[in-house]
Write a protein that binds this ligand. Structure first.
Ligand code: HEC
Length: 313
């Protein structure tokens, strides 16, 4: 009898262990799948990049944004813009809004996905709330920045060359891992970028040395977004900036303005802009000026760009 019992146990224990193992696999499979996708780019998972490329092509793609929230997460979560048009290789700054509708602080984690999924490996994020677990305080509302670029290699691959629209979609889940969560309140001060405020800040903080149409003590800044650093015609740059392998984008401008010396050692611009929202608005203004100057580049006459005419706007 005793022997029989022991025999039964020999069958039951491994069976239970196996069942426990399978339950574990199933419970963790979303995480495992996510890790697998993040490592391989499989299933439209995007790539994380530390910096952008230096080559910006003329070919553009439209990037559309989509957002979802898991049913058990009382958050509102929406893209601030439906879509943007972006040149391959160009770094783009976009915003997503998240609001905690509940009375408790909650930690969430966003997963992301790109369609068509063959474009996933060419979609690179430099800055994203989706890299970490994120805590949102009760009733807090934030605008979260995402900086991304689409690799110009997209156009070189026969399978993806025909893609003109890419959809980036995020889903926010409740996170169980709240210990290492970052605080979304770091974005609280930011509302949508305000180019009009940026123009005023530019007049106060930059116009002493910079103009959008002409070189002064500092180089001309119209069209600076998308321009190679140290390349405004006729301006005498420091060797450091002239030889920096750097293209101005929302992201690189932000790092330059936050701490020019840290970003390009031995450059000669003496002032940082410490306030993040001021930097963002100034950059929004410069982006607007850059679009304007590329639109009008063809029909702008020499007289129009004369140095003293535009110094005071
Ligand atoms: C006191 C003068 C001064 C002020 C104020 C100043 N800058 Fe500059 N800026 C410079 C100089 C000088 C350079 C050239 C740096 C070099 O060659 O190393 C420069 C370079 C730059 C560049 C690089 C341009 C290029 O063609 O590569 C950007 C961008 C820029 N400034 C933005 C700004 C903005 C935005 C502000 C206002 C928040 C500002 N600067 C305020 C003097 C100034």
């Amino acid at each position: 009898m005793n022997q029989q019992r022991r025999k039964n146990l020999c069958v039951v224990v491994p069976c239970l262990a196996f069942i426990a193992f399978m339950v574990g696999v199933v419970a963790y499979s979303p995480t495992l799948y996510r890790l697998f996708c993040a490592a391989t780019g499989f299933g439209g998972t995007t790539q994380r990049a530390l910096a952008g490329t230096d080559t910006v092509s003329d070919r553009t793609v439209t990037v559309q944004f989509d957002s979802n929230v898991a049913p058990d997460l009382p958050w509102r979560f929406e893209p601030a813009q439906r879509e943007v048009s972006v040149r391959l290789g160009e770094q783009k700054l976009v915003f997503f809004t998240a609001e905690n509708l509940s009375d408790k602080a909650i930690v969430g984690h966003a997963t992301f996905n790109v369609t068509p999924d063959t474009a996933g490996i060419y979609f690179n994020k430099i800055q994203c709330f989706c890299f970490d677990d994120e805590r949102l305080e009760a009733h807090e509302k934030v605008d979260m920045p995402v900086v991304f670029f689409v690799d110009p290699a997209l156009a070189g691959n026969a399978e993806t060359a025909g893609i003109h629209t890419i959809t980036l979609s995020y889903t926010f889940f409740r996170s169980t891992n709240s210990d290492k969560a970052k605080d979304l309140s770091r974005f609280v001060a930011t509302s949508a970028p305000d180019a009009r405020r940026g123009r005023e800040l530019f007049a106060q903080q930059c116009a002493g040395c910079h103009d959008v149409d002409a070189n002064k003590a500092g180089p001309m800044l119209g069209g600076v977004v998308g321009r190679k650093a140290g390349s405004a015609p006729g301006y005498n740059y420091s060797a450091a900036l002239r030889s920096a392998a750097l293209t101005w984008s929302a992201d690189t401008l932000d790092r330059w303005l936050a701490d020019p010396r840290e970003f390009v050692a031995d450059m000669k611009m003496p002032v940082p802009v410490l306030d993040a929202s001021a930097r963002r608005d100034i950059i929004a203004y410069l982006e607007m000026e850059s679009v304007r100057s590329s639109d009008h580049a063809g029909n702008r006459s020499v007289a129009e760009t004369s140095p003293d005419q535009h110094q005071k706007e």
